[in-house]
Design a protein around this ligand. Structure first.
Ligand SMILES: C[S@@+](CC[C@H](N)C(=O)[O-])C[C@H]1O[C@@H](n2cnc3c(N)ncnc32)[C@H](O)[C@@H]1O
Length: 281
């Protein structure tokens, strides 16, 4: 049986020409051996790799290009290890930034200790719901998605983490309109990719298409802007993750559909315009 470091070095050599990163190999080893963090592979480097066969089976998936999160069915989002599979998008770093921005901005408009009604549209794995629950224990959280498969994953995550949230199935604002809800906050990381050419193969091949592309038939931003009055009683804060190339389109759309509003586009840590906050009085 090889030692951990022998298997690691061997995998590094094999993985090099297929673009497998050293971090992904460490994540896989740590997962197989039950270590808390990938860095623990270093501390256990002289241990016997008792799970070498399982590792080799899953390493073959990494070589084929499958994202490591789908290989191990786990993605870390703001310290929480969420269950993921190919029915949901792997939660991204930028979405953690969206949550951080919301935490900062919300106090400009509401007292966040209140029982605010908050909708996460396109909840996917439920990552946003899980994060919001730990930050804002009083908020009344509702998540929705058009995908039944995604809702099954979200249901598992909110159950496993004891997150008190309601899940609804349906397109954009429709489930909230049907349930006659009055929302205080809408948060959404909807499909926002315009140009399919720009998408990496590992995303194109493995992540759900319905989570990725903004099309004339599925434009969640437009659906929300067109219908927001149906879920607004007092004021409404909307926090969106957006594609870096959507600023013009969204500015025009807001002008067309919204009344008595203020907005701000926010850049991410890479300097790209990736978030839009809109407040309707
Ligand atoms: C980019 S993923 C975001 C998933 C998760 N919120 C996150 O941030 O990791 C977009 C999600 O929106 C869902 N979706 C796509 N179109 C939708 C629509 N019109 N209404 C509601 N959900 C939609 C997809 O099924 C997918 O789960």
């Amino acid at each position: 049986m090889p030692k951990i470091y022998e298997a690691y070095l061997n995998a590094m050599n094999q993985g090099k020409e297929h673009g497998v990163s050293s971090q992904d190999i460490r994540v896989l080893i740590a997962h197989k051996m039950g270590y808390a963090e990938p860095i623990d592979t270093l501390f256990h480097k002289d241990d016997e790799f008792t799970k070498i066969q399982e590792f080799e089976r899953d390493f073959a998936k990494l070589i084929q290009g499958m994202p490591v999160e789908y290989v191990i069915n786990e993605a870390t989002f703001l310290h929480t290890k969420l269950y993921v599979d190919q029915r949901v998008l792997i939660p991204r770093m930028e979405t953690q930034e969206l949550i951080a921005n919301l935490s900062e901005k919300v106090v400009d408009y509401y007292d966040p200790r209140n029982y605010l009604v908050v909708a996460d549209i396109g909840t996917g794995s439920g990552a946003i719901l899980c994060a919001l629950r730990s930050l804002f224990p009083n908020w009344l959280l509702v998540g929705s998605d058009v995908s039944k498969g995604a809702l099954e994953v979200a249901r598992k995550n909110i159950k496993d983490y004891n997150v008190n949230a309601t899940l609804l199935e349906g397109k954009s604002l429709q489930p909230y309109i049907d349930a006659k809800m009055n929302l205080d906050i809408i948060i959404s990381n909807p499909p926002y990719i315009l140009n399919k050419e720009e998408v990496q193969d590992s995303v194109k091949d493995y992540e759900p298409e319905g989570a990725l592309y903004l099309t004339p038939e599925n434009n969640v931003y437009e659906d929300i802007f067109k219908n927001y009055k149906k879920v607004k009683k007092g004021s409404l804060l909307m926090a969106f993750e957006i594609g870096y190339d959507l600023e013009d389109m969204l500015t025009k759309m807001m002008k067309e559909y919204l009344e008595d509003y203020e907005y701000e586009f926010i850049k991410d840590l890479n300097g790209l315009t990736r978030f839009l906050f809109v407040f309707c009085r």
